[in-house]
Design a protein. Structure first.
Length: 78
């Protein structure tokens, strides 16, 4: 009998939104990303009026961006 070699093609990992696994978590992540964007924009515009509050908004937005990045890494493994 001739030997059969099973040739496996390398599987490319594509980042797709996996709605079946992470329905509410994905929606929550998108909402938190929107809130983080708003905080950063508000922080940039409020730096002129009161620098202290501007930095507070900027830091809060950056922290939320880090949380969104970690959540995407945790959900999708990339």
């Amino acid at each position: 009998m001739p030997e059969r070699k099973s040739e496996k093609k390398p599987v490319e990992k594509k980042m797709k939104i996996q709605w079946r696994r992470h329905k509410t978590a994905t929606i929550g992540t998108i909402l938190v990303a929107i809130v983080a964007t708003l905080l950063v924009v508000i922080g940039v515009f409020s730096l002129k009026e009161s620098p202290d509050m501007g930095y507070v908004f900027l830091i809060a937005g950056v922290v939320l961006y880090c949380a969104v990045g970690y959540d995407i890494y945790r959900m999708y493994g990339y």
